[in-house]
Design a binder for this molecule. Structure first.
Ligand SMILES: C[S@@+](CC[C@H](N)C(=O)[O-])C[C@H]1O[C@@H](n2cnc3c(N)ncnc32)[C@H](O)[C@@H]1O
Length: 226
């Protein structure tokens, strides 16, 4: 992970108020569905014995998309990584409400999780929906989508595995397209931005972006056969 400065975090820990359901879900369900961060590689086959394909979602927020996609694709396992505890509580409550058997969560910095826990060539897909835009120029270095991070993600994908990133922030969209386009392990499935992926449900940050009349842009790249 040369070049990735881990002193610079791509998030600030939001303290947002937790509902009593979110808090209760965190207390009672964490042990069943959350995996503690560890420096050891995960055994994905052991974690998802009934699911041959595993999709990683980075920064799931309140987990709207995670829960819906996991419900729609019961044959795949979903590993969600998030640091926002209210969101983790919300997703845990949805896992329980929808009786989802194919979702696990890691509450930790996704860059560290990728580096330490995810085996190379193991993921069928990676979802990054509305990464924090860090709009001020002096904060651009905190943006998640940077070349060393994208290289790391690409290394974790299986051949043919996909990386789907969506943003409502114009100059971040350009940066994402350029950075992914410059990564030799990835190939763009589209000519420039992707068409809207029908399987992707609207998230709360997407709703906010649309309300502010922001254009939603998606990119969809696949791991090359190299
Ligand atoms: C703008 S929100 C989008 C949330 C959700 N994907 C949506 O579309 O509503 C970005 C989320 O990414 C999380 N995040 C940012 N950097 C992260 C990192 N390095 N590891 C884990 N989560 C991260 C933040 O905590 C935040 O909840």
């Amino acid at each position: 992970m040369a070049g990735m400065n881990r002193e610079i975090r791509s998030y600030v820990l939001r303290r947002g108020r937790m509902t009593s359901l979110q808090r209760r879900s965190l207390t009672t369900l964490r042990g069943s569905y959350c995996i503690p961060f560890s420096e050891e590689r995960l055994d994905l086959a052991q974690l998802f014995p009934d699911h041959r394909e595993v999709i990683l979602e980075i920064g799931f927020g309140m987990g709207d998309a995670t829960a819906q996609i996991a419900a729609d694709r019961s044959s795949q396992g979903f590993l969600g990584v998030e640091v926002f505890e209210a969101g983790v509580g919300k997703l845990l409550s949805e896992i329980k409400r929808r009786e989802l058997c194919n979702v696990r969560i890691i509450v930790h910095d996704a860059c560290e999780v990728l580096r330490a826990m995810i085996p190379d060539g193991s993921l069928a897909g990676v979802h990054i929906f509305f990464p924090d835009p860090w709009p001020k120029n002096r904060h651009h270095k905190r943006r998640l989508i940077q070349p060393p991070f994208v290289r790391l993600v690409a290394e974790k994908l299986k051949r043919g595995g996909y990386l789907c990133v969506v943003t409502d922030w114009d100059d971040y969209a350009e940066q994402i397209l350029a950075v992914l386009g410059a990564e030799p392990l990835l190939a763009n499935r589209y000519d420039g931005y992707a068409q809207s992926q029908g399987w992707r449900p609207e998230t709360s940050f997407e709703r906010k972006g649309r309300k502010d009349s922001h254009l939603i842009r998606e990119v969809y790249f696949v791991r090359r056969d190299v």
